[in-house]
Structure formats: structure tokens, C-alpha cells
Ligand binder design. Structure first.
Ligand SMILES: Cc1cc2nc3c(=O)[nH]c(=O)nc-3n(C[C@H](O)[C@H](O)[C@H](O)COP(=O)(O)OP(=O)(O)OC[C@H]3O[C@@H](n4cnc5c(N)ncnc54)[C@H](O)[C@@H]3O)c2cc1C
Length: 377
């Protein structure tokens, strides 16, 4: 972490970026720009023609159960637990909840995940979510869906969570520590947005158009503090595009090809639409799937969980979505992103030579499977 952070300070210096360490807020609009107050050491007031707000997001707390980072943990506290807890509770089975729960489970904690929604990983392709549920429960993760959290009480003995389960029965979960990962809130408190009339939506996010322009001239906002997926690479792409626009160029972010990754074991990665989204749209599609069990490299690695799945337009064969669960899914998804950016068909991928033995052969085979032409399964 320190090396990475110091690396950024080095890049600032190299690229002649002046860095002021402190809390920034809008002081007022002035002729031709804005005054930004920096509360730090020392306090400063900066004048800027253009402002880019990138203040990120904070973990959302459960009502009546504020984070104390000792027993009720946000992602910050969840990464600072000094010893493996015997019993760990996780409220929320989204990306962060699953990543944290799955790490601590593999380190030996007895982990119970409580999720309000009836479906597991509802935003993920249903076939992948089913495979993931199977893999995580096999690892010993206890996942309860469709629960309604009641009260959370902390004491010397640990944390008690009362909840109603999917069948309507009252339950209590006793754990040593509780990770709450029920979403994130855009971080706009302290920005003094009202001083300049910067528009926020009902969630507190800064309102922007597709090009990250706010309602104020020359004020831009990017990343978690605006709409769209809360992902580091999405934030980075928006930041670069805004810098290009300020420089008079034509920055562009394609929101349809932003890859998603869940860093659990097995990893989950996808780009484009899920099967359930295509069904809801009424789009005619073909699906092809190839298991890592039939991939030589996965077998050599001893890591054969999961599969690669392609979804392609029934008429044109254009790739509409690629979903991977399994070894190095986070790396394999890059090929699918490139393919979709270039509007490739499943057949395009199927006809590309992939190195043997490699995990990427499963991608080629899944593309072949779209037309039922797999070679090794
Ligand atoms: C546990 C966890 C795991 C994640 N894993 C992944 C992952 O694997 N892949 C992925 O793509 N994304 C991941 N994310 C999401 C990713 O971290 C965010 O999408 C990304 O950091 C957003 O970038 P940002 O620049 O908008 O905000 P941030 O990276 O949050 O940066 C905002 C910065 O602004 C500072 N700040 C806030 N207010 C002020 C102010 N008034 N003045 C000065 N500074 C201020 C904050 O201190 C912070 O340093 C994860 C998030 C969490 C919490």
C-alpha cells in the first residue's frame, strides 16, 4: 500500500502536479472560475478555472448500527482484523461482502452471510451465480438469502444480530465481528456544494451528464461520486476522458464494455449483458459454455471450477456478453472486452488461434460452443 501511494506522489512530481494535502471544499464562484478552500496543514485557498470532483464513496451503515471498526466493521475495519475471528458475520452478499467473507473463510473463520435479496448475486449472470453459490457453500460459507435484519447489539461476548429469515422465522446470529457491506454512498459531505449551487441527486451523488459535466460551467465529477458502477477502472477512464475534454480533445468512455470482477476464489468476471437481461429485453440470443474441467491448463493448475460462457446475437452472432467463473477470470475477461469493443462475433473469437496449454483456450471453446462446435468437450 505504501509503495503504491508513494508511487502516486512520485507520478505527481514527475508530471508537475501540485499536491495539497487536506480537505477541499468550494469556497465561492469567482470571475472565470472557483475558489477552493483546502483545510490542511497549512490551510490554503486555491483559484481554479476547471474543477474535477473525485471524492469517492463511503460505506453505508445499517440503521442503528454505526461502524465502530472494532466489532461492527466497514470494509476498512474488515481489512484490519488483527486475528482470524472464530465467528464472522457479513451483512450483504454484494461484491465487497463476498470478497471479505470468502477471504476470512479461507483463513479459517466460521462465516455467515446474511442477504436481504431473495436471489444470490442478482446482477451476475444467473448461471454464474448458481455456480458461485455452489462453490462458496462447498468452501463452508453459510449464505442466507431473503433475510430482514432487525437489531444489532454489541457487547463483551460479541455481536448479536436479530433477523427474520426467508421463511418468516425470527433468528439470532451471534458472532465475534460483523462486517456490514450493504452498499456505498457517494461522498459529497464537506464539499460545500451549496456555496456554488452544485446539483446533487437524492442519494447525494453529483449530477452529471454522459460526459461528466455537472450543472456548473467547468466543474466536472468522476468516479464513485457520480452515477454508474463503483469501479476503480471506470473512475480512471472517466478521469482521463475529462482531462482530454478540458484539453479540447474528445474523451470517450464506453459504459457497455466496462468489465466487472469479483475477486473471490473462484474469481468471477463479466462484460456486457447477462442471460436474464437479454431475456427481459426479448432479444434473440445464442449461448455457448465451456467448463474449465475440460481445459488442459486448468487441470494442470488443479483449479477446474467454473466455466466461460458466451452470449451472442441469434441473427448476427455479435457478442453481447461474456461471463467467466474460474481461474484467473479477471485476466481472461480482457479478451472479451477487446472483442466487444471491436464488435466481434462469437465466430471471430472461435477462429482466433489461442496458445496451448492456456486458460484462454476455454474462451475460444466457449465461443465455438455458441454454434455447438467445441473441440474438446
Ligand atoms: C473494499 C473495496 C474493494 C474494492 N475492490 C475493487 C476492485 O477490486 N476493483 C475495482 O475496480 N474497484 C474496487 N473497489 C471500488 C473502487 O475502490 C472505487 O470505485 C474507486 O476507488 C473510486 O475511485 P474514486 O477516485 O472515485 O474515489 P476514491 O478512490 O475513493 O478516492 C477518493 C479520494 O478523495 C478523498 N476525499 C474525499 N473527500 C475529499 C475532500 N473534501 N477533499 C480532499 N479529498 C477528499 C478521499 O479521502 C479519497 O482519497 C473497491 C472498493 C472497496 C471499498
Amino acid at each position: 500500500m505504501k509503495q503504491n501511494n508513494d508511487g502516486i506522489l512520485y507520478l505527481f512530481k514527475k508530471n508537475k502536479v501540485a499536491f495539497f494535502h487536506g480537505r477541499g471544499s468550494f469556497a465561492r464562484a469567482v470571475d472565470g472560475g472557483y475558489e477552493i478552500a483546502v483545510k490542511g496543514a497549512p490551510n490554503e485557498t486555491l483559484a481554479a478555472k476547471h474543477v474535477i470532483v473525485a471524492t469517492g464513496s463511503n460505506a453505508r451503515a445499517l440503521p442503528g448500527a454505526a461502524f465502530d471498526e472494532a466489532q461492527i466493521l466497514s470494509n476498512d475495519g474488515a481489512l484490519r482484523i488483527a486475528a482470524v475471528p472464530k465467528r464472522l458475520g457479513v451483512v450483504g452478499s454484494g461484491v465487497i461482502g463476498l470478497e471479505m467473507g470468502s477471504v476470512w473463510r479461507r483463513l479459517g473463520a466460521d462465516v455467515t452471510v446474511l442477504e436481504a435479496l431473495p436471489d444470490f448475486l442478482g446482477a451476475v449472470d444467473a448461471g454464474v451465480a448458481k455456480e458461485a453459490f455452489k462453490a462458496f457453500t462447498k468452501q463452508g460459507l453459510k449464505i442466507q438469502l431473503g433475510v430482514k435484519i432487525g437489531t444489532v447489539k454489541t457487547g463483551k461476548a460479541g455481536v448479536g444480530v436479530s433477523y427474520t429469515d426467508a421463511k418468516g422465522a425470527e433468528q439470532t446470529l451471534e458472532v465475534d465481528k460483523l462486517i456490514v457491506s450493504i452498499g456505498r454512498v457517494p461522498n459529497t459531505t464537506g464539499l460545500n456544494a451549496q456555496a456554488v449551487g452544485l446539483a446533487l441527486d437524492e442519494r447525494g451523488a453529483i449530477v452529471v451528464d454522459a460526459e461528466c459535466r455537472t450543472n456548473l460551467a467547468n466543474v466536472w465529477a468522476v468516479g464513485d461520486v457520480v452515477r454508474g458502477p463503483m469501479l476503480a477502472h471506470k473512475a480512471e477512464e472517466e478521469g482521463v476522458a475529462v482531462a482530454e475534454r478540458i484539453a479540447g480533445q474528445h474523451g470517450h468512455v464506453n459504459f457497455n464494455t466496462i468489465p466487472w470482477v469479483i475477486y473471490t476464489s473462484p474469481e468471477i468476471a463479466w462484460v456486457g449483458q447477462t442471460e436474464q437481461q437479454l431475456k427481459a429485453e426479448g432479444r434473440a440470443y445464442k449461448a455457448g459454455q465451456f467448463p474449465f474441467l475440460a481445459n488442459g491448463r486448468a487441470r494442470a493448475l488443479g483449479d477446474t471450477t467454473g466455466f466461460v460462457k458466451f452470449l451472442a446475437d441469434a441473427a448476427t452472432d455479435e457478442i453481447l456478453g461474456v461471463h467467466i467463473i474460474g481461474p484467473l477470470a479477471s485476466e481472461l475477461i480482457a479478451e472479451a472486452v477487446v472483442a466487444m469493443e471491436f464488435k466481434a462475433s462469437a465466430e471471430d473469437i472461435a477462429r482466433i488461434c489461442h496458445a496451448h496449454p492456456s486458460l484462454s483456450e476455454a474462451t475460444k471453446e466457449a465461443a465455438l460452443a455458441v454454434d455447438k462446435r467445441t473441440l474438446n468437450f
